[in-house]
Design a protein around this ligand. Structure first.
Ligand code: FE2
Length: 254
């Protein structure tokens, strides 16, 4: 068993470091992510929803959170509970890692199933770092981000970040609208068109996202998933999105 999320820590982020260590050595997290892919890939012939997806979402989400905070956007755990920026990173990290594990049970309603399946393990992981009331606050914020990553409207910046970061795992055929592997469809063609996702500090809005694609078919993924995720989150006015189509140029989407 091995999990490595490749999280980059800032100085003095001891709580986040401890939490990441606990997650990486958790047999439960490993098994849940693995079971998610047994169901999605082996049985349903869909694309990856396991450890690699969790790692990509976690790193995209943490990057967006860093940028937003630097640009003055206050995470809700800071605003509403007076906890620290580092605590918002813990929320975003744990929700990113565990948001899809409900797929191990059933694709439909997997966000709620993810919350049910991971609740006890999240409490256990937080045990060394948070006590009493704070731990329960952290748990509810993480579960909110997990349950609202698809159709529900997130009420926090942290949950919004996870919702958008999930859709941004779209490089090299990894796009998030599940498609049947090996079957020619617009889902597959559009997923394969997307080559690279760049997340940077913006100049017009706090976050600048540029999606590089080999041909315009990749626009389907943007329209069908990414734009819907952004517009149904608290980040709708905080992300500038452009597509860079090889040989055609850069186009502004929002
Ligand atoms: Fe996901």
């Amino acid at each position: 068993m091995s999990l490595n999320f490749g999280v980059k820590f800032q100085e003095n982020e001891n709580k986040l470091k401890l939490v990441v260590e606990e997650v990486e050595k958790s047999e439960t997290v490993y098994q849940l992510l693995k079971a998610s892919n047994i169901m999605m890939i082996n049985r349903m012939k869909y694309n990856d929803h396991g450890p690699i997806h969790a790692k990509i979402v976690a790193n995209h989400a943490l990057k967006m959170l860093e940028i937003l905070f630097k640009k003055g956007v206050l995470p809700n755990i800071v605003k509403d509970y007076n906890l620290n920026f580092e605590d918002s990173k813990v929320v975003v990290f744990l929700a990113s890692v565990l948001h899809d594990v409900g797929n191990a049970v059933q694709r439909e309603q997997h966000p709620v199933l993810s919350a049910i399946l991971s609740k006890d393990e999240i409490r256990k992981i937080l045990m060394k770092t948070y006590d009493g009331g704070e731990r329960e606050i952290m748990l509810t914020e993480i579960l909110h981000a997990i349950v609202s990553h698809e159709d529900l409207i997130p009420q926090t910046i942290e949950a919004s970040i996870v919702k958008v970061a999930d859709a941004l795992d779209m490089e090299e055929g990894r796009a998030r609208i599940p498609y049947l592997l090996g079957k020619m469809s617009i889902h597959q063609v559009s997923a394969l068109a997307v080559k690279k996702v760049n997340i940077e500090e913006g100049t017009v809005k706090p976050v600048y996202v540029e999606i590089e694609m080999e041909n315009p078919a990749g626009i389907f993924q943007i329209d069908e998933l990414l734009l819907k995720r952004i517009s149904s989150s608290l980040l709708s006015d905080k992300i500038e999105l452009k597509v860079n189509i090889r040989g055609a140029g850069i186009f502004k989407i929002i």
